[in-house]
Design a protein around this ligand. Structure first.
Ligand code: KG4
Ligand code: ZN
Length: 342
């Protein structure tokens, strides 16, 4: 089955053609994020207007790159939420129109479900269940136990900010452009991660939840107590310590989840923050200690928002015959409310 995936939940306009839920024939991503780098965040109205301009050329490019025509498409999967309303409307309206014209099924996909299945893209073998998936992006931070591609339970989630949001807010405090995660990570390369001791959030709690807002406040205090000159000198050390604190928090909870669920066959880490090198190496240390395979999305472009993962989730829903409700349901509900329990 050949699925055309569309994803327009934030600043990106993406279209992808995916065969059999895994084989990516094309994945085109056009992002307006550069427009917002000095503004510290996306302006929803502006992002949606850009998406309106490029949705048709992006779809055409994805078909061309895949060597397919519209008539080769068996179904259309589209992110129906959560995300910026105007942006989502651009994608869902295009998808509805195209599905109507071509007479093919339209599959609404929850954005986070797409991230969970991003590790399937370009993979030659099928992952083995049950698996633990840490999903870390700018909008959410969730720890899942999946028993199939469409079934799972949410073991833990952030109680406040998302991990990517912590990176972005930290980067803003350090005067770095938006989106700050990759910028902060680059700066951290030349710093000492032990230079500043940040608190370890929720370390006393036995649960698998996360919290990042305290780290951001600590960073504010660290910077406030330094002179502008000293702040400049210490910038890389502070970035490295802040990044380390975020990754330590994430991997400590991951380690606890592995201990709690000894039948776990694989661990996956997905979402924009899974592109982070420090997180990757710290997770590797934790997971290899337990003798379990660890997977990340095979390409960096599959970590951040992309339409191929939406096509993969659309395929899984079609294959299983399960639906995640109508467009409205996906737009307002958390994935834990629409994904079937084990
Ligand atoms: O999954 P994604 O593209 O969009 C959402 O669904 O939110 O994730 C974007 C987030 C941003 O917060 C961005 O700063 C973060 O992922 N990110 C990173 C890195 N690359 C992207 N954070 C840390 N290190 C990176 N290398
Ligand atoms: Zn995302």
């Amino acid at each position: 089955m050949v699925i055309l995936g569309l994803e327009t939940s934030c600043d990106e306009t993406s279209a992808a053609v995916v065969e059999g839920g895994r084989s990516v024939l094309s994945c085109v991503i056009s992002s307006s994020v550069g427009d917002f780098s000095l503004l510290g965040g996306v302006i929803p109205e502006q992002a949606a207007r850009r998406q309106l301009e490029c949705i048709v050329p992006v779809i055409e490019a994805s078909l061309r790159k895949a060597g397919k025509t519209k008539e080769d498409i068996d179904a259309i999967a589209v992110t129906s939420g959560p995300g910026l309303l105007g942006s989502l409307l651009v994608g869902t309206t295009a998808a509805r129109a195209l599905a109507g014209i071509l007479g093919v099924p339209l599959i609404p996909v929850h954005h986070t479900h797409g991230h969970l299945l991003s590790t399937w893209l370009d993979l030659s073998e099928e992952p083995v269940f049950p698996l633990l998936t840490l999903s870390v992006s700018g909008g959410h931070t969730d720890l899942w136990r999946l028993t199939s591609k469409t079934r799972g339970i949410l073991l833990g989630r952030t109680l406040d900010d998302a991990a990517g949001e912590a990176f972005d807010k930290g980067a803003k405090e350090l005067g770095l452009p938006y989106p700050g995660g990759p910028e902060l990570s680059k700066l951290a390369l030349s710093g000492d991660k032990h230079a500043v001791r940040f608190p370890d959030p929720l370390s006393e709690e036995g649960n698998l939840d996360f919290s990042f807002s305290g780290l951001k406040t600590s960073l504010k205090y660290v910077l406030r107590d330094l002179s502008p000159a000293k702040r400049e000198v210490e910038k890389a050390n502070i970035a490295a310590s802040f990044e380390y604190a975020i990754c330590k928090h994430l991997t400590r909870k991951l380690e606890r989840a592995i201990e709690r669920y000894p039948d776990t066959r694989e661990v996956h880490i997905v979402g924009g923050v899974s592109a982070n090198r420090t997180l990757r190496s710290m997770a590797m240390a934790v997971v290899s200690g337990a003798g379990i395979p660890l997977r990340f999305p095979l390409r960096i472009q599959y970590c951040t928002d992309n339409a191929a993962m939406i096509a993969a989730a659309g395929f899984a829903l079609k294959e299983s015959g399960e639906v995640q409700g109508d467009f409205q349901t996906c737009a307002v509900r958390r994935l834990s409310e629409v994904l079937l329990p084990s």
